[in-house]
Design a protein around this ligand. Structure first.
Ligand code: NAP
Length: 300
């Protein structure tokens, strides 16, 4: 294969099913890298900007998937995905389906079983960006499924971002995707609560965020330390104990209350810390809070 992005010579031809915001960005990144791209969307008008750039518009999913070995699907959800794929399942044998539609790990398993039943090689994927980030080399695209299938298509998938193979279990990409989105939303809400708190003193979001981003770097160091503690099941309270943090979060609650903020988030955090204390973790590190988040009887 040639690596010249300006020429399509030697590049794998790819089909993209679904041209919403994300599917359109995926197809555009593949075109940027010189791939021949066939597209299909339920609403064909959305294909026009891609057709203007050289994509071939297929009238049906059947037509879109007929000639290409690699099919990338990105529609709203799994119901939509199988609404598109079920009618043509028998024609997909021997092809590779890379499913970048968001779903649960269980849906990833179901899709992989469907693929085995129809003789399709299947990779499940999770996109760790919004459409403007697609095609950026640093952005993570998570994949799970057969290692050999990933290895075969890795060069093409590299057009979308940095392809990370998490393992053969097809549910892993969605598992990580869900966990990472949970981290994002929790971080957003903590940051927004802080932004509202300082904003009550007429401090602009940008000024606070500059300091908050430096703080997140320090927090990431704490996370590294705590990850090792969690893996070892041992939470030495030699930095800041749960007891100390319960006292400290009262300052945040007081500051928020005095400024009329919605304090639901810090109240939830304090309640969770108190549950950890009630389970005997008052003098342990913050990492011990995981003990009250885990399913009782689950892995320790
Ligand atoms: P979107 O702009 O709303 O596009 C949805 C796509 O699904 C469109 O192509 C739509 O076709 C198609 N679709 C919906 N219902 C369908 C059905 N019953 N049959 C056939 N096609 C159907 O959404 P998006 O932002 O592109 O998201 C697509 C997937 O990527 C989702 O699973 C989303 O969670 C995931 N994702 C998105 C982002 C993001 O930042 N946007 C990031 C990571 C992952 P029509 O055009 O005909 O409506």
């Amino acid at each position: 294969m040639l690596s010249d992005a300006s020429s399509g010579i030697g590049k794998q031809a790819v089909t993209v099913l679904g041209l919403g915001n994300m599917g359109s960005a995926l197809a555009a990144a593949l075109l940027d890298h010189g791939h021949e791209v066939t597209v299909w969307n339920r609403t064909p008008g959305k294909a026009q900007p891609l057709v203007d750039r050289g994509a071939r518009l297929a009238a049906t999913p059947q037509e879109a998937t007929a000639s290409n070995q690699l099919i990338i699907a990105c529609v709203l959800d799994y119901d939509a995905l199988f609404g598109v794929l079920d009618p043509l399942a028998d024609s997909l044998a021997g092809k590779t389906l890379v499913n970048l539609t968001s779903g649960s790990p269980e849906q990833g398993h179901e899709a992989a079983a469907w693929a085995v039943q129809h003789g399709v090689d299947y990779l499940d994927g999770g996109i760790m960006t919004t459409p403007p980030g697609v095609g950026t080399p640093e952005v993570m695209f998570l994949y799970s499924g057969p290692t050999a299938v990933f290895a075969t298509h890795r060069p093409t998938l590299g057009a979308l971002g940095d392809p990370l193979h998490l393992g053969e279990d097809p549910g892993l990409a969605s598992l990580y995707d869900s966990a990472l989105l949970g981290l994002m939303w929790a971080t957003f809400n903590g940051w927004l609560h802080g932004t509202a708190l300082v904003g009550a003193e007429k401090i602009e979001a940008r000024a606070y965020t500059e300091i908050a981003l430096r703080w997140l770097k320090t927090v990431s160091v704490f996370m590294d330390t705590y990850a090792a503690q969690i893996d070892e099941g041992h939470y030495p309270g030699d930095d800041a104990t749960v007891d100390v943090q319960i006292v400290t979060i009262d300052h945040l609650l007081h500051a928020g209350e005095s400024r009329g903020l919605d304090n639901a988030l810090p109240e939830l955090l304090k309640a969770t810390m108190e549950r950890a204390k009630a389970r005997g973790h008052g003098s342990d590190s913050y990492a011990s809070v995981i003990e009250v988040l885990r399913k009782p009887g689950g892995p320790s």
